[in-house]
Design a protein around this ligand. Structure first.
Ligand code: FES
Length: 106
């Protein structure tokens, strides 16, 4: 389990890219008060989803505008065809926690 940040450091509509302590970068989003975490790298090419545009519980890739559902990781339009992995998150004692083990394969 990894402490991402304090909840007030990720206000609604914002995202963070986590690289420390994880096997591959993970993007964490605050979508209107609900926290989601998915693999940061788009499954189409090498773009950071944390740099994308958040629309409700969807993120639009900044490179070719594929749209991913943060609840499932599924792409909802081309050019991405493969889902991104989702990761469990929780908020405890004012901190966002990412439930991923350090040894988990990328
Ligand atoms: S890199 Fe994300 S849609 Fe192409």
């Amino acid at each position: 389990m990894i402490t991402v940040c304090r909840i007030e450091e990720l206000p609604p509509g914002e995202s963070l890219r986590i690289t420390d302590g994880v096997p591959a970068p993970i993007a964490v989003f605050n979508a209107d008060g609900t926290i989601y975490a998915v693999d940061d790298t788009c499954t189409h090419q090498d773009a950071s989803l944390a740099d994308g545009w958040l629309e409700g519980c969807f993120v639009e890739c900044p490179l070719h505008t594929a749209l991913f559902d943060l609840r499932t990781g599924m792409p909802t339009c081309a050019p991405a065809k493969t889902p991104v992995r989702t990761h469990q998150v929780s908020v405890e004692n004012g901190h966002i926690l990412l439930h991923i083990s350090v040894g988990e394969p990328a």
